[in-house]
Design a protein around this ligand. Structure first.
Ligand code: GDP
Ligand code: MG
Length: 319
C-alpha cells in the first residue's frame, strides 16, 4: 500500500479502510507484511476512540441494541464502527446477514462502519484480526468502536481484553446460569444491561435488575469501578441514552484515576504475549523436521515410552 492510500485511510475514506482490513485479514504472507507495515504507520493515529465490548447469548438483542445505540451515538455527533467476533461463523460474513437486517438503518448511515467477522481459522485468530481492525478504524476517525461477540469459546474473554468497557446484555428473568453466561464473564463485566425491558417484560426486567444489583455487589472486582446493572429496550430505544451516560461516567472516573492508560498498557502487553505464543506455534508447525517427528513422539508418549517433557525437549532441540 502506498503512502497515498495511508493518507486516504487517515482522512476517513471507507474504501481505503476496507482495503486495509482485507490485508489484515488475509492469510497471504505478502499481505500480512503489508498489513503490519500499515499498522505500524497508523499506530500513532490510533487509540483515541471509546472501545466498548458487547456480549450476550444469541437472541438477547445485541444487534438490535447496537442499531439503537449506534444511531443514538451518531445523533451525538459520533462516528461509530461495529466489529463482530464470532469464532463459530465458518465463512466470512456468515453471521452478519441476519444482523444486517437488524442494523439496517445504521448500516445505511455515512457515520457508521459495520464489519462482519473474518473467516474462522485465519492466521492469528479471529480476535486478533478484530484488534488490528479496531486500530485501523480509529485511524480512520471512528470515535466509538463497538465489538460484538457471542458466548462461544474464549471470544468473550478475548473481547473483554481489548476494550475499555465491557457490557453483558441479559434477558429479563432467569439467572445467569439459565442464560448460559459463564461465571467468569460476570466478573469481567463493567455493566449488566437487561434488554427487552418493554411491554409485558418491563416489570420482570426491573425485578431482574434488582436481583443482579445485589448479586453484583457481592462479586469481587479489582477495579475502581463498581459494575452497574441497568435495564433498557433496544426495540423502543428506551434508556439507550442512560447506557451511554454510564459509559461516559466510566471514562471520566477512569481518567481521573489514571486507570485508563494503565488498562490499555496492560492489554497491549497481554496482546504481545499472545502474539508471541501464536507466532511460536506457527513457526513450529511450519518446521518440516518437527512436523515429521511429531507423530512418532506422540505415539511414544501415548505408549508411555517417554515422558511428555522428554518429547517436548526433543522438539525444542530442533529449534
Ligand atoms: N421486545 C423486545 N424485543 C427485542 C429487543 N431487542 C431485540 N429484540 C428482538 O429479539 C430478537 C433477537 O434480536 P437480535 O438483535 O438479533 O439478537 P442477537 O442475537 O443478540 O444479536 C429479534 O426478534 C429482536 O427484534 C427489545 O429491546 N425488546
Ligand atoms: Mg446478532
Amino acid at each position: 500500500m502506498t503512502s497515498f492510500d495511508l493518507q486516504e485511510l487517515l482522512s476517513g475514506n471507507r474504501r481505503a479502510l476496507a482495503k486495509a482490513i482485507t490485508l489484515v485479514e488475509s492469510t497471504l504472507d505478502t499481505h500480512r507484511e503489508q498489513a503490519q507495515d500499515i499498522l505500524e504507520q497508523v499506530l500513532p493515529h490510533s487509540g483515541n476512540s471509546i472501545r466498548i465490548g458487547i456480549t450476550g447469548v444469541p437472541g438477547v438483542g445485541k444487534s438490535t441494541f447496537i442499531e439503537a445505540f449506534g444511531l443514538y451515538l451518531i445523533e451525538q455527533g459520533k462516528r461509530v464502527a461495529v466489529l463482530a467476533v464470532d469464532p463459530s461463523s465458518p465463512i466470512a460474513g456468515g453471521s452478519i446477514l441476519g444482523d444486517k437486517t437488524r442494523m439496517e438503518e445504521l448500516s445505511r448511515r455515512e457515520e457508521a462502519f459495520i464489519r462482519p467477522t473474518p473467516a474462522a481459522g485465519a492466521l492469528g485468530g479471529v480476535a486478533q484480526k478484530t484488534r488490528e481492525t479496531m486500530l485501523l478504524c480509529e485511524a480512520a476517525g471512528y470515535d466509538v468502536i463497538l465489538v460484538e461477540t457471542v458466548g462461544v469459546g474464549q471470544s468473550e474473554y478475548q473481547v473483554a481484553g481489548m476494550v475499555d468497557f465491557f457490557m453483558v446484555l441479559m434477558l429479563p428473568g432467569g439467572g445467569d446460569e439459565l442464560q448460559g453466561i459463564k461465571k467468569g464473564i460476570m466478573e469481567l463485566a463493567d455493566a449488566l444491561v437487561i434488554n427487552k425491558a418493554d411491554g409485558d417484560s418491563e416489570k420482570l426486567a426491573t425485578m431482574t435488575q434488582r436481583q443482579y444489583s445485589s448479586a453484583m455487589s457481592l462479586l469481587r472486582h479489582n477495579s475502581f469501578w463498581t459494575p452497574r446493572v441497568m435495564a433498557c429496550s433496544a426495540l423502543t430505544s428506551t434508556n439507550i441514552d442512560t447506557v451511554w451516560d454510564m459509559v461516559l461516567e466510566y471514562y471520566v472516573e477512569a481518567a481521573q484515576r489514571k486507570a485508563f492508560t494503565s488498562k490499555r498498557t496492560r492489554q497491549n502487553l497481554d496482546w504481545m504475549h499472545q502474539l508471541l505464543h501464536e507466532m511460536l506455534l506457527l513457526k513450529l508447525s511450519q518446521n518440516s523436521k518437527i512436523s515429521a517427528m511429531l507423530p512418532a513422539l506422540e505415539q511414544a508418549v501415548e505408549r508411555q515410552e517417554i515422558t511428555a517433557f522428554a518429547a517436548v525437549r526433543q522438539i525444542m532441540d530442533q529449534l
